[in-house]
Design a protein around this ligand. Structure first.
Ligand code: DX5
Ligand code: ZN
Length: 217
């Protein structure tokens, strides 16, 4: 099942509520929330207060992508009635198994993200503990970057690992996804697709979401 998670990193922050209403009307499935701390990645985005400003204004679930160091210190801030997933980077967690349990204990789904250069073997022994794996197809930190093609082989390999182990975690991809390459990533086993600049950079934001969704009807 294809799900689209537009990243509000590329939204017009002065019209965030309006932008979110547009993606919701277009049929988006999740709101991808990119949190950057200026340490784990070379950029600072926004924190939980901005995300929470949408509470009560949208029925869409939040897909929280924490690109921060020491995520354990901040998890609870991102737990709301709308929060579906909290994703932490394996590279940022000294005790990834403990952090995943911590996320689950807050009552939301737990996910782990891998940078393009991080091998799948780094998560081999926690695959049974995650609800989702997020594969980065750009180096995290900025919207509007070019898709790194090796992410496709990585997705296929993870899909094989998932089948061989008989597991049912979701697979998500993030970075450089456009209308013209989304099919190649879903063919590689991805179910949840993040799209930032290709959605919010469109003249007709709602229409762009509809175009993505129409590819899977
Ligand atoms: C990158 C972020 C992405 C980004 C995607 O660090 O995690 O979610 O916003 O943006 P696009 O779709 O423009 O590559
Ligand atoms: Zn992201």
């Amino acid at each position: 099942m294809f799900q689209l998670a537009p990243s509000i990193l590329s939204a017009d922050f002065s019209r965030l509520g309006e932008n979110v209403a547009q993606i919701e009307k277009g049929g988006a499935d999740l709101i991808h929330v990119d949190v950057m701390d200026g340490h784990f990645v070379p950029n600072i985005s926004f924190g939980a207060a901005v995300m929470k400003s949408l509470n009560g204004r949208t029925g869409l679930p939040y897909d929280v992508h924490l690109m921060i160091e020491n995520p354990d210190d901040y998890l609870e801030d991102f737990v709301t009635d709308n929060t579906e997933y909290i994703t932490v980077h394996v590279e940022a967690c000294r005790h990834i198994h403990r952090t995943l349990q911590h996320i689950k204990n807050t009552g939301v789904k737990a996910a782990v993200a891998l940078n393009p250069g991080t091998p799948l073997s780094s998560i081999e022994w926690i695959l049974g503990d995650v609800d989702m794996v997020l594969l980065m197809s750009v180096n995290p930190g900025f919207g509007g970057q070019k898709f790194i093609p090796s992410a496709l082989d990585k997705a296929r390999a993870l899909d094989r690992m998932r089948k061989e182990a008989g597991l049912d975690f979701r697979m998500e991809i993030d970075g450089g996804i456009k209308l013209d390459n989304v099919k190649t990533v879903t063919d590689a086993g991805i179910e949840i697709v993040v799209a930032g600049s290709s959605v919010f950079g469109a003249e007709d934001v709602k229409g762009r979401v509809e175009e993505f969704k129409a590819l899977y009807r």
